[in-house]
Design a binder for this molecule. Structure first.
Ligand code: ATP
Ligand code: MG
Length: 578
């Protein structure tokens, strides 16, 4: 693998050199930075909102909501405190108890954020769903999570919930935010009648707070349980990995239906007293550039799929807009091709900071964090308080591989606050993640001599061809360098002589046609970059690639189709045009 390096001079007045403090970093100190509730209690919503109001910051804008229409609505910390108190009062008045699960099925509207944080204040567990889910994934998740209540809209209820409601026997109440239909409770009058005051339920550090389903990239999604103590990691990693500072204008583009949209789309920005931008609309190139520039965004957290779409649109799409306030950009969810990091640097004057984590880890684990140089194509280094290793698993024995750039499974030493406390009702699957004192991530990676980690692929996606081990990401990144390419997904297909052969699916940028000449040109480019053993033997063109709602390429689906196998769980499938 080629290792480029963008050297970046970082002068953070309020940012200690975390590498220097790494040895002495202690999660207990991080916890002490939050004020906590009396008697050792801890509640995410208190840390996110009420603490700041008590400290005199009630008038600061906590949430700026941009409706699809473009209209803006602001919520100060004080207003958010009142609204979430009201919601908690409603839950209590309707008989919800500590530990009950409340599901959210809403677009990115203020009620979703109020419900999430109000639920936590009431000591209940919040589980956000993508509003684009169909009835089946909604039903399956509410059954697994034993939903007691659901907050949604009348439109979503009629289209997606009404037909399955009776199959979720725990579901006592459905709140609708825009009036009511048969069998739903109109939330607005209840909110109006509720009082502004609520004594936050005294949750303990280990009390469940959030239920998140994984993206379903590799199979059936798992229900991951996180506890209130996770806030310690959200808060700390928000500072270290995203450079969040009080008063920052911050935009996380993720939907809360995916863990990023909660950990870093609700909690981390609020605990760090930022002003968060929430855009109701779906991705749109000029709208996104507008928001970045007109909202004076300081810190931007997004994902490779979106970055690749911006790259595809070309520099003209930016027009006369400027981004003088932008200070830090980060990316997560999928490997970020070096090409995209370099493009970010050329376009915005700063690189995208790639970081790696999972629904299970609850927070960022490995990152090109603020106080270090970025290596394009690398996920960065483990954050302070996180010990990561490249390991080999042999039966019950896990051995760390220390040779630079040796490939192995990416593993972590458990013990950080936002680590999952279980896969709901799947104890065996949960236990399987832990071995010999390590948490095994299921991803393959390498570590270089400077301690930077390089993503290779999902363990399931590794390709073995004529004695070579090939990570799809390496092949995808090489093809991404070609000017015609917008997106690539690479898989291995069974082959009698080679074991497996590499096949690439390519989506093109506008202005390029899927011709035989271009296919040969791409083959030639890949061979030159990767060598004939690693370069794809087959290239197929597609409009786009099958992706999960969280923007991850579903390589397993490409493979299943190619091989005529069952498609498996595709409840999270979004775009998918041949
Ligand atoms: P499932 O576990 O249901 O198959 P999933 O693993 O995609 O789905 P998530 O928890 O949303 O569900 O995603 C975590 C995974 O996303 C990681 O294990 C990794 O494979 C990938 N990922 C996240 N960030 C990065 C990154 N910066 N570089 C490479 N891969 C990443
Ligand atoms: Mg996973």
């Amino acid at each position: 693998m080629t290792v480029q390096r963008i050297s970046k001079v970082v002068q953070h007045a309020n940012m200690p050199d975390y590498d220097a403090t790494r040895g002495s970093f202690d999660w207990a100190d991080a916890q002490a930075m939050l004020d906590g509730l009396p008697d050792g209690h801890l509640n995410i919503a208190h840390e996110a909102i009420d603490r700041h109001v008590a400290a005199g910051h009630g008038d600061q804008i906590a949430l700026r909501w941009i409706a699809k229409s473009g209209d803006r609505t602001d919520f100060t910390y004080a207003e958010l405190a009142r609204q979430t108190n009201r919601f908690a009062n409603v839950l209590r008045a309707r008989g919800l108890q500590k530990g009950d699960t409340v599901f959210g099925l809403l677009g990115r509207v203020p009620e979703l954020y109020i419900a999430a944080l109000g639920t936590l204040k009431a000591g209940c567990v919040f589980c956000p769903l993508f509003s684009a889910f169909g009835p089946e994934p909604i039903q399956a998740r509410m059954q697994i999570g034993q939903a007691r209540a659901l907050i949604t809209s009348t439109r979503l209820y009629k289209r997606k919930v009404a037909s399955i409601r009776n199959t979720v026997d725990t579901l006592n109440e459905v709140f609708t935010i825009d009036g009511s239909v048969l069998d739903t409770t109109d939330l607005a009058p209840l909110m109006d009648a509720a009082t502004d005051d609520f004594d936050i339920v005294q949750t303990g550090r280990e009390d469940p707070a959030l239920l998140h389903f994984t993206s379903g990239t590799t199979g059936k999604p798992k229900g991951v349980v996180h506890v209130h103590q996770a806030v310690v990691a959200h808060d700390t990693t928000g500072r270290i990995a995203l450079d969040l500072r009080p008063g920052d204008i911050y935009w996380c583009t993720a939907d809360p239906g995916w863990v990023t949209g909660t950990s870093y789309g609700i909690i981390a920005p609020l605990t760090n007293r930022a002003t968060m931008i929430v855009d109701e609309a779906e991705f749109d190139v000029s709208r996104w550039y507008d928001i970045l520039s007109s909202e004076s965004v300081n810190v931007w957290y997004t994902a490779p799929t979106a970055i690749r779409m911006l790259m595809k649109a070309g520099a003209d799409a930016i027009g006369v807009r400027a981004f003088p306030d932008l200070r830090f950009m980060a990316s997560v969810g999928e490997p970020l091709n070096p090409e995209a990091v370099v493009w970010g640097n050329d376009t915005f004057g700063m690189p995208f900071h790639d970081n790696w984590w999972q629904t299970e880890t609850g927070g960022i684990m490995i990152a090109n964090y603020a106080a270090m140089d970025v290596k394009p194509g690398s996920m960065g280094k483990p954050l302070p308080g996180i010990e990561a290793g490249i390991v080999e698993v042999d039966g019950d024995v896990v051995t760390e591989v220390t040779t630079p750039m040796a490939m192995g499974e990416l593993a972590l030493r458990p013990g950080w606050p936002s680590m999952m406390r279980g896969y709901l009702h799947e104890e065996a699957r949960y236990k399987k993640c832990f071995k010999d004192g390590w948490y095994l991530s299921g991803d393959l990676a390498m570590r270089d001599a400077d301690g930077y980690f390089w993503f290779v692929g999902r363990a399931d996606d590794l390709i073995k061809s004529s004695g070579h081990l090939i990570g799809p990401f390496e092949v995808e990144s090489a093809l991404m360098e070609h000017e015609a390419v917008a997106e690539v997904g690479v898989i291995g297909l069974p082959d009698d002589t080679a074991g497996q052969i590499v096949k690439a699916y390519v989506a093109l940028k506008p202005g390029h046609d899927a011709t035989e000449d271009l296919r040969l040109d791409l083959m030639g480019h890949a061979r030159k970059r990767l060598g004939p053993a690693v370069a794809p033997k087959e290239i197929a063109f597609r409009q786009n690639l099958p992706k999960t709602r969280s923007g991850k390429i579903m390589r397993r689906l490409l493979k299943a189709r190619e091989m005529g196998l069952p498609e498996g769980d595709i409840s999270t499938l979004e775009s998918d045009e041949k």
